[in-house]
Design a protein around this ligand. Structure first.
Ligand code: ATR
Length: 273
């Protein structure tokens, strides 16, 4: 009998997680069955409780339930605690519901796979929403020397910088106030491309050595990736690797085995096009 896992979200029909976890199960030989479930907004807590009561082993949580999963968790990892959001749930041996957030570590792993070092790096992060909040603790733990958060609504960037200021050198500003000098890494964490927009930032933040990373991904090159290549970045990446890496980290938490990701990323990339 396989152990049961699932992702809960709403909507959920575009989720790649079932394919990713099925590939991990084959690769590692773990007896895992993983489904995607669309959960009614008013049924989230009851559905989580029922899933574990009926023997389910672990859940991934996606939009719009990550904050509610955080509230439900009786124990949270440091990354989840700081993120204010949980994307991975499981029961520990004491029967406590435990919450983790693997989005940030997924991004850090994807950067490491592509030989982008965070240790000592100057990082510009665009956006100050939930996606960005989730990566700040892992970035600072990985040794980023300086993080500048720039956002359309500058006050949100300031608030976020203040909330993480005890962990390292973090500042906030509006797009117009960005220091126009090259960074080691420029990360797009805005949802601007969903509206076909691009954050208005100076090209001077990009040099040949700058890695540009878009947390979004799609069948076509994202607007931010296209902009980054035109601005002269020598390394441009989208968020597909992060998606597979965060899944691998959830799998490791649940099963104690970390799957290899390179082939799975390639397979999912082919399916997008
Ligand atoms: P998520 O959970 O994906 O981070 P979110 O919390 O709604 O979503 O945050 C979206 C982020 O994208 C915010 O930083 C938002 O800027 P504001 O705080 O000013 O709203 C940013 N964003 C969304 N649309 C944008 C656009 N057209 N141009 C620039 N930034 C945009």
């Amino acid at each position: 009998m396989s152990d049961r896992y699932a992702v809960f979200g709403n909507p959920i029909n575009h989720s790649k997680s079932p394919q990713i976890h099925a590939a991990f199960a084959v690769q590692t030989g773990e007896a895992v069955e993983y489904s995607a479930q669309c959960i009614d907004e008013d049924q989230f807590e009851a559905s989580v409780e029922a899933f574990f009561r009926e023997g389910g082993k672990g859940l991934n949580i996606t939009v719009p339930f990550k904050q509610r999963a955080w509230t439900m968790a009786q124990w949270r990892s440091p990354a989840a605690e700081r993120a204010g959001a949980v994307n991975t749930l499981y029961m520990n041996e004491q029967g406590q519901l435990c919450g983790d957030n693997t989005d940030g570590i997924g991004l850090v792993c994807d950067l490491e796979n592509h030989r982008t070092r965070l240790q000592g790096a100057r990082v510009l992060i665009l956006g100050a929403g939930g996606a960005v909040r989730g990566v700040l603790e892992p970035f600072l733990s990985a040794g980023a020397a300086q993080i500048v958060i720039a956002n359309r609504t500058a006050s949100k960037a300031h608030e976020l910088a203040q909330a993480f200021g005890d962990l390292g050198v973090v500042s906030g500003c509006g797009f117009k106030e960005i220091d126009p000098a090259p960074f080691d890494l420029v990360l797009n964490g805005t949802s601007a491309s969903l509206q076909g927009d691009l954050p208005p930032i100076p090209v001077d933040v990009v040099a040949r050595r700058t890695t540009c990373y878009d947390m979004m991904y799609g069948a076509k090159q994202t607007p931010f990736c296209a902009w980054s290549a035109a601005a002269g970045s020598g390394k441009v990446m989208d968020g597909l690797g992060m998606l597979v890496e965060q899944a691998a980290e959830s799998f490791r938490i649940w099963r104690g085995v970390k799957p290899q990701t390179a082939e799975v990323i390639e397979v999912i990339r082919r399916q997008l096009s």
